[in-house]
Design a protein around this ligand. Structure first.
Ligand code: WT7
Length: 656
């Protein structure tokens, strides 16, 4: 989910011979049933008990959310908390007028937060910029005025394709401020992926950068954007932020340097925030599903601001003096909700870091925690495993005693990595908030609070207001320890409102399977144990999680079939020590083609070029046929069972 630890060590380092992840879990016998929070954590925590507040939040859901919403500023309060008259197209805080920027910036300008640091940004080469809330407001207002001068109107969608620069955050907030929606495309995506997302959103304005630093080298972003823009007829303006200074092609009458625009009188640091309806679109975020076409999930100003800020405040027990670091990329939902919006609404000082966790050495993160006195670190299991591999000596050289809470997101965290994170990084005293949620949910759904007794690998219990269950095909709850499909039984303010331009797909994907009960289908399999704790197992749809990144088998397969040598392809996920899952592909070649190492390499490159490096398959297997159902659907589960030497299960629908 954006914590891409590059998985190779710097050349001058040798890896420990026995990476922690594969060590036998020798201390299993001593594993306590629960990891209870340190008394100091409980004493400090704002939310001191779960059960009673949870009960209240379920019996009076609207009352609970109204109370949370009261803590924010609104230009006009709501008429109704929840409008469920057109299920599953729920609406929240209808009739209210607000703008998320009113809460993320404006309201801080009249309090002590005004001169408090909002953002501390560190570039990979070591350059640092920090912005108070006052300074943030000036930067966002200037950007907003530039967008207005470029003709950006309320309701239009601006696409951002950026490295992890402060300007990415400014750009997002600038769009929101003037009532435009943003669509952030992760900077690791390819030209094709960018093109498809710009075209779906019909963006007229694109914001990008010349590049950013990653592992000591400038990454070239502008030429990828240039490639994409060749096929984006709606784009009239491309604003380019200069970061690396590398030579880039700028198209006349389309491309503008941000620093040039910034100098114009029009880029004034004063700009009114546009009052929006609570249900107006704040952003679109594309994510992979089970068809080849990525879905643009729609989030809105009102409900989302309440959900992102409440979950952030309660789960990370945010205090005014905290320095909080979510080490994701702002380009993912984790970055939207828990780098940008949740933390800024809560007036938090947040850390943003441009580059790789192991550059120039694997202590980069630990040295940053020490340097800035960070209290809360939120990252992914993949990043933990990646850094764990370098051994304990790197973190041991740093004073990590400022840490109070840790977080994990993106995929299930294996107990070995959990214990390492807890013991080595958290000094045994910092609880790990294993937050389960999705792009679709806008914020945490199943998560501990700092006071929750923890079990390594379990996301524990539903957040306030949510009723979750593990059910069978008929919607009957399965017994403790049994695997089933995870569902959410209620609406919540942070939920995606629809799939952009495709409400039928929204209804079909999330609400059709248990339509009779009116439940939201998550797409994950899970178990619930005898203590009511949830354990997420993995995706049950055609989605693969690689290092926490979400990819669709259909996207990978269509990239392969786009290669002239390939006639058919199937992609599956196989377990991987560091990445959680790795992509393996089965390929049928065209008649005149023959398998070779070179061809396998070029097929891997084909996928990486089409989707982005993260999607590069680990394995390509050339086959003569693929297992299919009689209706012609590839049975990926059969391929997976075969690859793992497991029982192939029910083969009654197999074609031959
Ligand atoms: C899928 C959603 C939510 C931000 C990043 C991912 C998996 C997410 C956890 C967790 C086990 C997790 C699920 C989910 N997932 N968090 N704590 N434990 N699995 O967002 O890309 O929309 O992916 O990520 O499979 O459905 P996303």
């Amino acid at each position: 989910m954006g914590n891409s630890v590059e998985l190779s060590a710097p050349k001058d380092l040798t890896l420990p011979a026995n990476p922690g992840f594969t060590q036998l879990e020798s201390n299993m016998a001593e594993e306590p049933k629960f990891y209870h929070p340190d008394p100091s954590v409980v004493e400090y925590a704002t939310v001191k008990e779960y059960d009673a507040l949870y009960q209240r939040s379920i019996t009076d859901r609207e009352g609970f959310w109204a109370e949370q919403a009261e803590a924010l500023d609104w230009y006009k309060k709501w008429d109704r908390v929840l409008d469920d008259s057109n299920k599953p197209f729920f609406k929240w805080f209808t009739g209210a007028k607000t703008n998320i920027v009113q809460n993320a910036i404006d309201r801080h300008l009249v309090t002590r937060n005004r001169n408090k640091l909002a953002i501390i940004w560190e570039g990979e080469p070591g350059d640092v910029h920090s912005y108070s809330y006052h300074a943030l407001n000036r930067e966002v207002s200037r950007f907003a005025n530039i967008l207005k001068a470029m003709g950006v109107k309320k309701g239009e969608i601006v696409t951002l394709y950026m490295p992890q620069l402060p300007e990415l955050v400014f750009g997002m907030l600038a769009c929101a401020k003037i009532g435009a929606a943003h669509s952030v495309v992760y900077g690791g995506f390819s030209a094709d992926a960018l093109r498809d997302r710009i075209n779906d959103a019909q963006s007229r304005v694109v914001i990008t950068a010349d590049g950013g630093y990653r592992r000591g080298k400038p990454v070239d972003l502008k030429s990828i954007a240039n490639e994409a823009l060749k096929h984006c007829p709606t784009v009239e303006v491309c604003i380019c932020v200069q970061r690396t200074g590398q030579p880039v092609y700028m198209e006349n009458d389309r491309d503008y340097w941000y620093h040039d625009l910034y100098k114009l009188p029009v880029a004034s640091p004063k700009c009114e925030t546009e009052p929006m309806d609570a249900e107006d679109m704040l952003f679109l975020l594309y994510t992979s599903g089970s068809t080849g076409k990525p879905k643009g999930l729609v989030h809105t100003h009102g409900g989302y601001q309440v959900y992102a800020s409440t979950t952030h405040k309660m789960v990370f027990d945010i205090k005014p003096e905290d320095r909080y670091w979510c080490a994701a990329d702002p380009g993912w939902i984790t970055g939207h909700s828990y780098i940008v919006y949740g933390p800024l609404i809560n007036g938090t000082t947040l850390i943003l870091y441009e580059g790789a966790p192991n550059h120039p050495y694997p202590n980069r993160w630990w040295s940053m925690i020490e340097k800035y006195g960070i209290n809360i670190l939120y990252t992914s299991p993949t990043a933990v495993r990646g850094l764990m591999r370098f051994g304990e000596s790197w973190p041991a050289k740093h004073d990590l005693s400022s840490l109070r809470l840790l977080g994990s997101v993106g995929e299930p965290i294996n107990p070995e990595a959990w214990r390492w994170y807890h013991r080595v990084i958290g000094g045994g005293r910092c609880p790990i908030m294993d937050t389960w949620w999705q792009t679709e949910t806008g914020g945490f759904m199943i998560t501990p609070l700092p006071i929750t007794p923890l079990k390594p690998g379990s996301a524990t219990k539903p957040f306030f207001g949510n009723e979750c269950a593990v059910v069978d095909d008929h919607g009957k709850e399965v017994g403790p320890g049994e695997e089933g499909s995870l569902v959410i039984k209620n609406p919540w303010p942070g939920m995606a409102r629809t799939v952009y331009k495709d409400p039928d797909r929204y209804q079909e994907t999330y609400w059709s399977r248990y339509a009779a009960q009116g439940w939201y289908t998550v797409g994950d399999s899970a178990k619930r144990d005898e203590d009511g704790y949830f354990w997420i197992i993995g995706r049950i749809d055609d989605v693969i999680k690689v290092s926490g990144y979400r990819l669709g088998t259909a996207e990978i397969e269509s990239a392969l079939v786009g290669h002239p040598a390939v006639s058919e392809a199937a992609a599956i996920a196989l377990p991987h020590e560091l990445k959680g899952n790795a992509i393996h592909c089965y390929v049928i070649l065209r008649a005149n083609q023959s398998p070779s190492e070179d061809l396998a390499e070029s097929l891997k490159n084909q996928v990486a070029d089409h989707l982005g490096k993260i999607a590069r398959p680990d394995g390509i297997v050339f086959v003569d046929s693929l297992p299919k159902t009689r209706s012609g659907k590839i049975m990926r589960r059969v391929l997976k069972a075969r690859a793992l030497g497991q029982d192939e299960g029910d083969l009654s629908t197999l074609e031959e």
